[in-house]
Design a protein around this ligand. Structure first.
Ligand code: MEV
Length: 327
């Protein structure tokens, strides 16, 4: 039995636009998904009983997510098992063991579907744990690539490499198309996260932006403008100029709102953080609900978020420089 873990992430800049080849800068945070894998004779059994929903256990055997033991009303449960299912396919391929069976346990301190990279964390940790259980140790770059295949398969091809590369490698990273690299010299940024207790459907949100972009030139221009923000942000990243970083985060949030991926609760948390003096605040990830990330060196934004109606949880998150690892 082997356990591996991989970090979640926040997007400093660039979600959604990264799907269309613009650059993005996600940063791994010290909140992890843990996956334990044990080889069994055949099939797949998944237990996922600590994913910060209402507490659930999934026991499912087979090769699709329609097993009757999966609560069909809980799409997040289906999603979690869907990612594990694809991750196990990657493990079988990587280890050249097409018939390997697995019992898998998922635990996570990253809320599911909330913009903190839970699916990428689960995919990376599942691939690493499954492979190690079969005696195969993959380099992190290969885990990143295989985890990307997992996300692309589950999200019908609507995925960039950003989440999975960040979770596999750790630290702050830059992703532009297939060009993925770690950004060295980025110190700890004073991230504060607000979580509304909800989740967005990444596939649907990405499809919504795609439609807008196809319908209106100004939506396509908005996506490109997000790319410009990322390029501008890169020039100050690693310097002391957190004020400019914050300003660019605010701008990025405005453009994501224009693309229709913010929500009332995300906007409320963004404004609560800004009103409390945060240098900048934006939604993180696919949007629709879930998390915002603010830059704040004092505890004012953290405290304000804790008392903001609609904010379920607020916490600080430090940069995690370590990617996927065996526990
Ligand atoms: C989701 O965490 C980030 C998106 O940009 C989708 C992706 O990059 O795959 C919305």
């Amino acid at each position: 039995m082997v356990t591996s873990s991989a970090p979640g992430k926040v997007y400093l800049f660039g979600e959604h636009a990264v799907v269309y080849g613009e650059p993005a800068v996600p940063c791994a945070i010290e909140r992890r998904a843990r996956v334990t894998a044990e080889e069994i004779d055949e099939g797949l059994v998944v237990h996922a009983d600590d994913l910060q929903l209402d507490g659930f256990t999934v026991e499912y055997v087979g090769d699709d997510t329609d097993h009757p033991d999966v609560d069909a009303e809980n799409s997040l449960v289906e999603a979690a098992t869907g990612y594990v299912n694809e991750a196990v396919a990657q493990v079988r391929d990587a280890a050249d063991a097409p018939d390997a069976g697995f019992e898998i346990w998922i635990e996570s301190d990253i809320p599911l579907g909330a913009g903190l990279g839970s699916s990428a964390g689960v995919a990376c940790a599942a691939i690493d744990a499954g492979c190690r259980e079969l005696g195969v140790e993959l380099p992190r770059a290969e885990i990143a690539d295989r985890a990307y295949q997992v996300e692309a398969a589950v999200q019908d091809g609507e995925a960039s490499r950003a989440d999975t590369f960040c979770s596999a490698m750790g630290g702050a990273v830059r992703v532009e198309g297939d060009d993925c690299r770690r950004l060295e010299g980025v110190g700890n940024l004073p991230f504060v996260i607000g979580y509304d207790g909800g989740a967005g459907d990444t596939g649907e949100l990405v499809a919504g932006v795609r439609e807008l972009r196809e319908e209106y030139d100004f939506a396509a221009d908005t996506v490109e403008a997000i790319g410009d923000i990322v390029r501008e942000g890169e020039s100050v990243l690693g310097t002391e100029d957190t004020e400019t970083l914050g300003e660019l985060m605010d701008f990025n949030h405005g453009l994501l709102g224009a693309l229709g991926v913010s929500s009332r609760s995300l906007d409320t948390m963004v404004w609560a953080a800004r009103d409390a003096g945060a240098m900048g605040a934006k939604l993180t990830g696919a949007g629709g609900g879930g998390c915002v990330v603010a830059l704040d060196e004092t505890d004012a934004a953290l405290t304000a978020l804790k008392y903001t109606p609609g904010c379920d949880e607020a916490f600080r998150a430090a940069l995690d420089t370590e990617g996927v690892r065996a526990e």
